[in-house]
Design a binder for this molecule. Sequence first.
Ligand SMILES: [Cu+2]
Length: 84
Amino acid sequence: MITFEVKDMTCGHCVSTIVQAVRAVDRGADVRIELQSHQVQIDPTEADTDELRDAIQEAGYTPVVVTTGSLKPDGVMRSDGCCG
Ligand SMILES: [Cu+2]
């Protein structure tokens, strides 16, 4: 799971543009968007973080990598706390 923060993603149109951009580099990717917190969460199947970031950038947005965490069976899974 890779999480980007995309501050300039502001409406449903942005969401669909970004989803399409991600799918263009990774057709099987699972993309989840939280518009209110400007988060794009991607479960990639083939693209890496750089490719995904580039794809979103080329679509005209400004992604910032928040987490590139991979799940470890014995690890503690971190989740972003809410920060108002
Ligand atoms: Cu928009």
